[in-house]
Design a protein around this ligand. Structure first.
Ligand code: NDP
Ligand code: 13P
Length: 401
C-alpha cells in the first residue's frame, strides 16, 4: 500500500515539518559523516514525450551540455526532428541544439540514461511507466514534468510511478514555464523536487534534485531545489483547474478583481490539499504553486485559461480550439482533484465549480453566482464563523463590463 493511499484512508497526515525535524534529529551522526562534494550534472538524460514541453526541456538540457534522447511516439516526427533540428509539430521555428537526438524507440531513448523525465499527458503516465519497465535500469531517478492527479486512484503522479516502477527515486520539475518561452531561453525559473533523507547516506549536493537542477541550469533556465514533492505536485495539478475558472470568468466579461480573487482563493485550495496530503503550505507559495498559477491565469497562451475563456464566452466545448484536440490537463484533473478532495474532506469550492460546469452540465453563470454567494469565511481559516452571504439570490451581472 502506498504512502499516499494510507494517508487518504486516515485523513490528515502528519505535517511534513515534523517528519523532517524528527528524522534529521535521529540521523545527525550520518549527516555529519557525509562529505559535501560538488554536485555533478547527469551526462545523459532521456526525455519521454516530444510534445511542446518535452521538446522544450530537452532543448534546455542539451543547450546546457547534456546528451539528450527525446522519445517521440511517432517515428516520422522523430525522423523530422533529427533531419531538421526543429519540432515543427509542437515548437515551430525554434532551433534545437545538436546534443538533442530524437527516437521513437523507448529502449534506445533509455539506453545509458542517468535520469529520465516523463513528459506525456498525466492520463498516459501509467501506461508509459508500464512500457518502460523492462528498459529502465534499477535506481535511475525519474522526474515528472507532467502535472496532475490520476483519475481512477486519486494518486499523485509520483505515487503512480512508485507503484509501477518501485526502486527508483521519483521527483518532479514544475513551475511557471510556458514551453515556447523556455525553449527560446527566456529567463525562466522552476522547482526540482525529490524527497530527501540523510538516511540515504547522500549529501544534499548528490541528491537527484540537486543533480537534475545542475543538469538543467544554465542560460535563462534557473532551477530551485525542494524536498517537498507533495507540495510541488499538488500545486501543478490544481493550478490548471483554477486557471480554467479564471478563464471562464474572464471570458464571461469580468476583469482584474475577479482574477486576483480566484488566484488568491485558488492558492488557498492548493494549500489545504497539500497539507492534507502531508506537504507544506509554504511550498504552495513558491514557483510550482502560486508562481505557476499566476502564469497560467494571466494569459490565453495557457491552454487551460484559454479553454475556460472560450467556454465563458459561450463557445461550446467541441468548437473550442477550432475543434483541434489539445491537451488541457485541468479538464481531466477537475474530476480527479475534486474526487481526491472529497475522499479526504478538503473543501475546494473553485475546483468543484469548474468540475460541475465541465462535467455535470451545470450552467456556468449559475455555478459562479453560487460560488460567490457561499457563506462568508474567515481568511485564513482560523475563526469558526457562521455568516450567510446577505444577498444569496442576487445573480452576478454577467456580460456587463
Ligand atoms: N506546454 C507547456 O508549456 C507545459 C506543459 N506541461 C505539462 O507537460 C505535459 C505534456 O504537455 P505538453 O508537452 O504541453 O503537451 P503537447 O500537447 O504539446 O504534447 C503531448 C505529447 O504527448 C504525446 N502523447 C499524447 N498521447 C499519448 C499517449 N497516449 N501515449 C504516449 N504519448 C502520448 C504526444 O504525442 P503525439 O505527438 O504522437 O500525439 C505529444 O508528444 C502535461 O502534463 C502538461 O501539463 C508542464 C509545463 C509546461
Ligand atoms: O503548465 C504550464 C505552464 O507552467 C502550461 O500551462 P497550459 O497547459 O495551461 O498551457
Amino acid at each position: 500500500m502506498s504512502r499516499g493511499l494510507d494517508q487518504r484512508r486516515v485523513g490528515r497526515a502528519e505535517p511534513e515539518e515534523d517528519i523532517l525535524s524528527k528524522s534529521t534529529q535521529k540521523e545527525l551522526p550520518i549527516k555529519d559523516s557525509i562529505s559535501h562534494t560538488p554536485s555533478q550534472p547527469y551526462a545523459r538524460v532521456a526525455v519521454l514525450g516530444a510534445g511542446s514541453w518535452g521538446t522544450a526541456l530537452a532543448t534546455v538540457l542539451a543547450r546546457n551540455g547534456r546528451e539528450v534522447r527525446l522519445w517521440a511516439r511517432r517515428p516520422d516526427l522523430a525522423e523530422r526532428i533529427n533531419e531538421t533540428h526543429e519540432n515543427a509539430d509542437y515548437l515551430p521555428e525554434v532551433a534545437l541544439p545538436n546534443g538533442l537526438r530524437a527516437t521513437a524507440d523507448l529502449s534506445h531513448a533509455l539506453e545509458g540514461a542517468e535520469a529520465v523525465l516523463m513528459v506525456t499527458p498525466s492520463s498516459t503516465l501509467r501506461p508509459m511507466c508500464q512500457a518502460i519497465a523492462s528498459h529502465i535500469p534499477a535506481g535511475i531517478p525519474i522526474a515528472l514534468a507532467c502535472k496532475g492527479v490520476e483519475k481512477r486512484t486519486g494518486f499523485l503522479l509520483s505515487e503512480v510511478v512508485s507503484e509501477v516502477l518501485p526502486g527508483h527515486p521519483v521527483g518532479a520539475v514544475s513551475g511557471p514555464t510556458f514551453a515556447r518561452e523556455t525553449a527560446l531561453d527566456h529567463p525562466t525559473a522552476a522547482t526540482v523536487a525529490f524527497p530527501f533523507s540523510y538516511a540515504d547516506r547522500l549529501a544534499p549536493e548528490q541528491s537527484p534534485a540537486a543533480r537534475l537542477a545542475m543538469s538543467l541550469s544554465g542560460g535563462g533556465f534557473r532551477p530551485y531545489v525542494s524536498d517537498d514533492l507533495v507540495g510541488v505536485e499538488v500545486g501543478g495539478a490544481v493550478k490548471n483547474v483554477i486557471a480554467i475558472a479564471c478563464g471562464m470568468m474572464s471570458g464571461a466579461g469580468f476583469a482584474e478583481n475577479t482574477r486576483a480573487a480566484l488566484i488568491t482563493r485558488g492558492t488557498d485550495e492548493m494549500k489545504a490539499l497539500a497539507q492534507a496530503l502531508g506537504g507544506s503550505r509554504e511550498t504552495v507559495t513558491g514557483l510550482s504553486g502560486a508562481g505557476d498559477l499566476t502564469l497560467t491565469c494571466s494569459s490565453t497562451t495557457s491552454r487551460n485559461m484559454s479553454l475556460g475563456y472560450q467556454l465563458g464566452q459561450g463557445i461550446a466545448r467541441p468548437s473550442c480550439f477550432e475543434g483541434r484536440p489539445v491537451v488541457v490537463e485541468g479538464e481531466v484533473n477537475a474530476v480527479s482533484v475534486t474526487d481526491l478532495a472529497h475522499r479526504i474532506n478538503v473543501p475546494m469550492p473553485i475546483c468543484e465549480t469548474v468540475h460541475a460546469v465541465l462535467h455535470k452540465g451545470a450552467d456556468l453563470q449559475a455555478a459562479f453566482t453560487a460560488l460567490w454567494a457561499r457563506p462568508i469565511e474567515a481568511e485564513p481559516n482560523a475563526l469558526d464563523l457562521s455568516l450567510t452571504h446577505p444577498t444569496p439570490d442576487m445573480p452576478l451581472q454577467f456580460g456587463v463590463s
